[in-house]
Design a binder for this molecule. Structure first.
Ligand SMILES: NC(=O)C1=CN([C@@H]2O[C@H](COP(=O)(O)OP(=O)(O)OC[C@H]3O[C@@H](n4cnc5c(N)ncnc54)[C@H](OP(=O)(O)O)[C@@H]3O)[C@@H](O)[C@H]2O)C=CC1
Ligand SMILES: O=C1O[C@H](COP(=O)(O)O)[C@@H](O)[C@H](O)[C@H]1O
Length: 494
């Protein structure tokens, strides 16, 4: 059976950063791999008054880093059509419907439509309402809408947006994208956990001391100031990516590895997050904003950022999960811009042995572990390295007997990593196949916002002392104190 997928893509936000950096290259890779052939077309739409010719130039430029055959690129770009209009303008959708029907006939698209909303969330409801009112969805093919994160701004706006979307689309037509779920090693969490008896039997509060999730970025806010200053790191990275990763790390085993069964278990995990009371926020969550350092601008001095902005560019937090499996285990999360390096990693820190038979001096009263033995740590490296490390204790080489920490290490080689699909390519392919396994679902989004809203509300009511961390560090000192107060420390330290 041909692997060719047939569809008309309509990208709202076709002139934007995400479309150019992620969507066009991903669609091209699907084209190169034969998943898209002749029977596909793309309508890019935004307000800028571009011509098709200019649009094809933008598409070509967005593929430059792929060093692809120019003739192939030109043929691919020929499937793209630009329409300039404002999504709040009803007439835009009348002309969009006419163009959609023309391209459907021209390319034989069987009425299959994928609408990608690659623009600020406050427009998502407007677009969904117009798609319905102007009858742009088709009766004879599939209709799917891909919604970028953050899905809303808080629980209330997310609920309103979801109601607007479900007035137009069924739940199984809504693809809430969180591109971290398309990353190889995030998908690997379930394989590691449920594919190996060694881990699942230890994956609980009897053996695990604490879990650490770090999404570190070296870049600053770059060209996205307008979006980011209204978002902040808590909404931009914690409400979605980090809580999604936490749900995969902590969920119970699904009955089957299917979209529905995985969603059931992720929702159970997110429902088990211990909600914070307002008076608990300050001792469990840390916020930061990067300062200036040499020729690196402070956040408040970035283009289009107000000089008195209190937007958080860094978050560290301690999350507790109240269920049988995880009660008592702290989950430390952190993310930020202008940190020491660009990487994403998960560190699962196991409890040390209670007794160190190799060093009787180490046995102390009321000590919960033999401190001279290093803790076992399972590290899942998500990016830029893709792989798994295990730290354990072994005998030190040579005469006598002493223990020493050693590391078992698996990493995909660079060639394998380079050839594996990038997150957006993988998720666009899943959407073409109607597979929403690696997308978020409404209840997951709802519980994530409910958890985050308490923190954001408390921060909105209390003025921070910003800026408070040096670019190139791993955030404010309070982030280290968050673990130190529990007798722990970050496995990755600057
Ligand atoms: N960029 C990234 O790395 C990531 C972005 N995202 C999400 O993707 C979405 C888009 O982000 P990004 O591409 O960075 O944002 P940009 O600001 O770069 O792009 C916004 C797009 O929306 C268009 N637009 C704005 N207002 C209107 C309007 N009234 N009518 C029609 N088009 C409009 C703009 O085009 P024009 O001005 O010509 O109208 C532009 O194409 C956001 O939800 C963001 O959270 C998610 C993950 C990563
Ligand atoms: O969703 C987002 O993610 C990017 C980081 O994505 P990555 O794949 O490069 O790790 C982040 O820079 C951006 O602010 C955020 O919106």
């Amino acid at each position: 059976m041909s692997k060719e997928k047939i569809a008309l893509f309509t990208i709202f936000g076709g002139t934007g950063d995400l479309a150019q950096r992620k969507l066009y290259p991903s669609l091209f890779k699907l084209y190169q791999k034969g998943y898209l052939k002749e029977h596909f077309a793309v309508i890019g739409t935004a307000r800028r008054p571009w011509t098709n010719e200019h649009y094809h130039g933008v598409i070509t430029d967005s593929l430059a880093s792929l060093n692809a055959d120019p003739a192939t690129v030109a043929k691919f770009a020929g499937h793209f059509y630009y329409q300039s209009h404002d999504v709040t303008d009803a007439q835009h959708y009348v002309t969009l419907k006419q163009l959609s029907e023309k391209l459907d006939a021209q390319y034989g698209l069987q009425g299959n439509r994928i609408f990608y909303l690659a623009m600020a969330p406050n427009f998502f409801g407007t677009i969904a309402q117009h798609l319905r009112s102007e009858n742009i969805l088709t009766p004879n093919g599939f209709n799917r809408v891909i919604i970028e994160k953050p899905f809303g701004h808080d629980f209330e706006s997310a609920k309103e947006l979801n109601d607007q979307l479900t007035a137009t689309f069924n739940e199984n037509q809504i693809y809430r994208i969180d591109h971290y779920l398309g990353k190889e090693m995030i998908q690997n969490i379930s394989a590691i956990r449920f594919g190996n008896n060694i881990w699942e039997s230890l994956w609980n509060n009897r053996y695990i001391s604490n879990v650490q999730v770090t999404l570190s970025e070296k870049l600053g806010v770059e060209e996205r100031a307008v979006y980011y200053d209204n978002s902040g790191a808590l909404r931009d990275m914690v409400q979605n990516h980090i809580l999604q990763i936490l749900s995969l790390l902590t969920m119970d085993q699904p009955v089957e590895f299917t979209e529905k069964d995985i969603d059931v278990e992720k929702v159970k995990a997110l429902r088990s997050l211990r909600p914070l009371k307002p008076e608990e926020v300050a001792t469990n969550f840390v916020r930061g904003q990067y300062a200036a350092d040499g020729d690196v601008k402070a956040y408040r001095n970035e283009d289009k950022i107000s000089p008195d902005s209190n937007t958080d560019t860094f978050v560290a937090g301690k999350v507790m999960i109240d269920n049988f499996r995880w009660s008592g285990v702290p989950f430390y999360v952190r993310t930020g811009k202008r940190l020491a390096d660009k990487f994403t990693r998960i560190d699962v820190v196991f409890k040390r042995p209670i007794v160190n038979i190799f060093n009787h001096d180490d046995v102390r009263e009321n000590d919960d572990a033999a401190t001279s033995l290093a803790p076992n740590v399972l590290t899942i490296n998500v990016e830029p390295t893709e792989g798994v490390e295990l730290r354990m204790n072994a005998k030190a080489l040579g005469q006598g007997f002493a223990t020493t920490p050693v590391k078992l290490n698996f990493a995909h080689d660079a060639a394998a990593t380079a050839n594996s699909p990038e997150a957006y390519e993988r998720l666009l392919h899943d959407a073409l196949n109607g597979d929403a396994t690696n997308f978020t679902h409404w209840k997951e989004v709802a519980y994530s916002w409910k958890f985050v809203d308490v923190i954001q509300k408390y921060w909105d009511e209390h003025t921070p002392d910003f800026p408070n961390y040096r670019p190139g560090s791993m955030g404010p000192d309070a982030s280290d104190e968050l673990l130190r107060q529990d007798g722990h420390e970050w496995i990755y330290k600057e």
